[in-house]
Design a protein around this ligand. Structure first.
Ligand code: ATP
Ligand code: MG
Length: 496
C-alpha cells in the first residue's frame, strides 16, 4: 500500500517514511498550536503504516486507534483532520453526527458516509490514472483530430466510429519528406477515390505531417471541426429511496440504457476545444474504471478517514424528545461501522474494520463518558484542543501557508494593489477579535475572517478604481474601520 502525496499523484513519493515528528511538522505549516491533537493524529497515521507492514493475520487484528478531539468551536479541529488527510493522500469525508438525528433524516442510513468515502476515493484514483495515461490520451486525440482535418485516403474500418484504433495505424510509417511545392493545401479534402497510388500516399502523409506541425503551432486554432458528442439526456439526478441511493442508481441505468450515454449528436468545435474534448474522451477510454473501482475500494479500506463532527450532539443516553431520532439510536447505528462491518457500495463491498475515525465535538454539556460504552471503547484516544489566545491569533493571521493576510494580499494584488500590514495592525486585528469573541460569542479563529472582511471592506469595494496602488494598513486604519462597531455590543453582534 502506497500513500500518495496529492502533488505527486501517481508519482513515486510515498509517505511510508514520514515519522510522527515529521507529520506534526507538516501540520504545523497549516495549523497553529494544538500540539496534543497533532501528536495524536500523527501517531494514528503512523500506526496505520505500521499495521500494513505486519503479517496479514496480525494486521487484520489491529484495530485503528480512533480519536476524539474535544474543544470549542473554531480552534482547528476540522482543519487538523483535513490537513492530515491531504498529507497522507487518504480518502477523507466529513459528516455531522447530529444530522442523523434530524427529522428529515429519519432512517437515513448511517452507511452513506462509507459510500461517500468510496466516491471520493474513486475520484482520487481516477485522477491518478488519468495522469498516467495523459500522454497517450493526448497522442490519440491529436491523431483523431488530424483524421478529421484531413480524412484518411482509404476509409479506415473501425468497430465503432469513435473507438481508439491505435493511433499508429494512421500515422505515416515513412519519415515525412520535405514537402514539394505542389502539395495540396491544408483545406480538408473529400476522401479521394480509392487509389492505391504510391505517390498519393506519400503526398497525403506529407500533408498530414505539415498539418500536425501547424496544429501544434496553434495555426489551426481558428478552424472548426465537427465532432460526435455524447448526448446527456438528463442532468444527473438522484432518487432517494429507503434502499438508499445506490441501488436505484444502478437499476435505472440498467433499465434505460438509452438515457445514459447511448446517443450522440454532431457539434461544431474550434480546433483547440475539439482537442480538449477528444483528450477527455480518450482519457475516459484509456482508464479502466473497473480497476479504478477496485483500487478505490482497497484504498478506502486501508487508508480512509471519516471525520465525525459534533459527536457530542449524539452523546447522552436519554431518548430524544419529539420527532427527533433518539441520540442513542444514532450511536447504535454508528457502532457497527466503527467496529467493522461490510457496506455495499456501487463499487462493491467495503469493509470498515480499518477505517480511521476522527470524531470531534465541544463536549460542553455531554461528556465522552456519556456515549454508549461500546462506542467509547472504539475511540480510545482523547485529545483536548485549547481556546486560542491573542498570540495564536497573531500567528494564525500571518503564518500558515494559506494565512488570511496572505490571501487578502494576493486577492488585491490581482487589482494591482500592493497591500502591506504593519505589525501593530496585526496586533490590533487580533485584539479586536479577542474582544468581540468575549463580548458576543466565541467562534474562535473564524472571528478573524469576519473582522478582516470589515477592515478591508472599503478597499475591497474600491480597489478597481483606486489610483493609489500602495496601501499600508496600520493600527490606525484598523481602528478607523472597526472602532464604532466593535464598541457597540449590539452592533458587533450583527456585523462582526
Ligand atoms: N489553530 C489554528 N491554526 C490555524 N488556523 C486555524 C486554527 N484554528 C482555526 N483556524 C481557522 O479557523 C477556521 C475554523 O477552524 P476549524 O474548521 O478547524 O474549526 P473547528 O475546531 O472544526 O470548529 P467547529 O467545532 O465549529 O467545527 C478555519 O478557517 C481554520 O483555518
Ligand atoms: Mg469543525
Amino acid at each position: 500500500m502506497v500513500f500518495f502525496l496529492p502533488e505527486t499523484a501517481g508519482g513515486s513519493e510515498s509517505l511510508d517514511q514520514l515519522t510522527p515528528r515529521q507529520i506534526v511538522e507538516e501540520l504545523d505549516k497549516y495549523v497553529i498550536g494544538q500540539h496534543a491533537a497533532k501528536r495524536a493524529v500523527a501517531i494514528a497515521l503512523r500506526n496505520r503504516m505500521r499495521r500494513l507492514k505486519l503479517p496479514p493475520e496480525m494486521a487484520d487484528e489491529v484495530a485503528p486507534k480512533n480519536i476524539i478531539m474535544i474543544g470549542p468551536t473554531g480552534v482547528g479541529k476540522t482543519e487538523i483532520a483535513r490537513r492530515l488527510a491531504r498529507l497522507s493522500g487518504s480518502p477523507f469525508t466529513k459528516v455531522e453526527a447530529s444530522k442523523f438525528t434530524e427529522v428529515g433524516y429519519v432512517g437515513r442510513d448511517v452507511e452513506s458516509m462509507v459510500r461517500d468515502l468510496v466516491d471520493i476515493a474513486v475520484d482520487m484514483v481516477r485522477e491518478e490514472k488519468i495522469y498516467e495515461v495523459q500522454d497517450k490520451a493526448e497522442e490519440n486525440a491529436e491523431e483523431r483530430l488530424l483524421d478529421l482535418l484531413l480524412p484518411p485516403l482509404r476509409p479506415v474500418y473501425r468497430p465503432e466510429p469513435a473507438a481508439a484504433s491505435p493511433a499508429s495505424q494512421t500515422t505515416p510509417q515513412t519519415t515525412p519528406q520535405t514537402t514539394p511545392q505542389t502539395t495540396p493545401q491544408t483545406t480538408p479534402q473529400t476522401t479521394p477515390q480509392t487509389t492505391d497510388d504510391r505517390a498519393d500516399k506519400t503526398d497525403f502523409q506529407a500533408t498530414r505531417a505539415k498539418l500536425r506541425k501547424q496544429l501544434r503551432e496553434g495555426k489551426l486554432d481558428n478552424r472548426t471541426v465537427e465532432l460526435d458528442v455524447r448526448e446527456r439526456a438528463f442532468p444527473s439526478f438522484e432518487i432517494i429511496t429507503s434502499g438508499g441511493v445506490e441501488e436505484m442508481d444502478i437499476n435505472i441505468k440498467d433499465m434505460l440504457p438509452g438515457l445514459f450515454g447511448g446517443k450522440t449528436r454532431k457539434r461544431k468545435f474550434k480546433v483547440p476545444e475539439a482537442l480538449e474534448y477528444l483528450i477527455q474522451e480518450e482519457e475516459h477510454k484509456l482508464v479502466d474504471m473497473d480497476q479504478v473501482g477496485r483500487l478505490a475500494v482497497e484504498r478506502t479500506e486501508q487508508a480512509g478517514i471519516i471525520f465525525v463532527d459534533e459527536l457530542d450532539k449524539i452523546a447522552g443516553r436519554e431518548g430524544g424528545h419529539g420527532p427527533d431520532v433518539s441520540r442513542e439510536g444514532v450511536q447504535r447505528d454508528l457502532l457497527p461501522i466503527v467496529e467493522g462491518t461490510s457496506v455495499s457500495t456501487k463499487y462493491g463491498m467495503v469493509r470498515t474494520d480499518h477505517l480511521l475515525f476522527i470524531a470531534a465535538g465541544a463536549f460542553h454539556v455531554a461528556k465522552p463518558s456519556d456515549l454508549i460504552p461500546e462506542l467509547q471503547g472504539r475511540f480510545p484516544i482523547r485529545v483536548e484542543l485549547h481556546s486560542l489566545s491573542k498570540g495564536d491569533f497573531i500567528r494564525i493571521l500571518q503564518e500558515p501557508k494559506s494565512a488570511l493576510l496572505k490571501q487578502y494580499r494576493a486577492l488585491l494584488a490581482t487589482e494591482g494593489i500592493d497591500l502591506e500590514f504593519t505589525e501593530d495592525a496585526v496586533d490590533s486585528v487580533a485584539s479586536y477579535s479577542m474582544r468581540v469573541n468575549e463580548a458576543t460569542e466565541n467562534i474562535g479563529a473564524r472571528r478573524l475572517h469576519t473582522i478582516m472582511e470589515k477592515v478591508l471592506d472599503d478597499l475591497s469595494f474600491d480597489a478597481p478604481d483606486l489610483t493609489q496602488k500602495k496601501w499600508v494598513i496600520d493600527a490606525e486604519f484598523v481602528a478607523r474601520m472597526l472602532d464604532e462597531i466593535a464598541n457597540d455590543d449590539d452592533l458587533s453582534r450583527y456585523i462582526l
